[in-house]
Design a protein around this ligand. Structure first.
Ligand code: UDP
Length: 253
């Protein structure tokens, strides 16, 4: 297993990796015995931990923690322990999919909108799109809208699929809580990952920000312009940065 340095950003212990190093670690985890998981926190999730410390355990118990946001990378610089780069969860997911196709590892996509009269469930649209690119890929899945009581059936479905790689795309922190709470119940899964809106992008129902926004670290602005109701969530970013400037890693674990 590649050893990676950990960097504490307001109580969340990120792996200090480039995309390539993070991917190599993900592959080692997939190929190792036993269950492991990856989380992809951005500033909003770290701030959610600061405000609700019970979440730290759910995030920090992960085997791979990648900084999925420029806010986190800025904060690491403010703290004078700079992370190497932003490692976008969706890009990591795309690399894992390519690896899974090549190595014949089955995937399970859990999350996204249900099927409607007009279209298939998001996970299925995502699977269809990826099958165009990788005809040999094997993907099972289900939508992400369910009642608590259905959890055991959902886990049974995942176990029965025999999938080794599980993407949980329920939004944060619901997806991280789901993985953490059920981590001992998986039988075939070697590697799970909390990946937010990734399936929507794979399915083509949401777009990633155009190159210009990505290059100038303005992905958050693009997402806001597409979905202004996210404003409440986005206010966590300035709160997080001010908190970092004024408190550093004091007052957190
Ligand atoms: N979602 C879900 N179940 C829920 C709530 C949300 O499957 O109960 C899905 C939703 O359809 C979307 C994803 O979770 O595909 C969340 O996307 P978002 O971009 O909000 O994620 P984040 O910003 O947290 O990464």
């Amino acid at each position: 297993m590649p050893q990676t340095e950990k960097i504490n950003v307001r109580g969340v212990y990120f792996d200090n990796v480039t995309m390539e190093e993070g991917f190599r670690k993900a592959v080692s985890l997939i190929e190792a015995e036993g269950f492991s998981y990856m989380v992809t926190p951005n500033a909003e999730i770290v701030e959610a931990c600061v405000e609700n410390p019970a979440l730290y355990e759910v995030v920090n118990a992960a085997d791979l923690i990648i900084p999925d946001g420029v806010g986190v990378v800025y904060a690491s610089k403010i703290l004078k322990t700079p992370l190497k780069e932003k490692v976008a969860g969706i890009e990591m997911a795309a690399k894992v999919v390519e690896y899974a196709a090549k190595e014949h590892k089955k995937l399970y996509f859990f999350g996204g909108a249900k099927a409607s009269d007009e279209r298939k469930a998001v996970w299925e649209l995502a699977a269809d799109a990826l099958k165009e690119k990788y005809p040999e890929i094997e993907i099972a899945g289900r939508d992400g809208f369910f009642n608590e009581e259905e959890t055991d059936d959902i886990i049974d479905g995942i176990n029965q699929s025999g999938a080794e790689i599980l993407f949980v795309c329920l939004g944060a922190p619901k997806q991280e809580r789901f993985i953490y709470k059920n981590r001992k119940k998986f039988t075939s899964v070697r590697f799970a990952a909390g990946l937010g809106g990734t399936l929507d992008v794979f399915a083509g129902v949401a777009e990633r920000a155009p190159e210009f926004y990505l290059k100038h670290n303005l992905e958050w602005l693009y997402r806001f312009s597409k979905n202004p109701s996210r404003v409440g969530r986005m206010l966590k970013l300035p709160k997080f940065l001010f908190g970092t400037v004024f408190h550093g890693n004091k007052s957190v674990k």
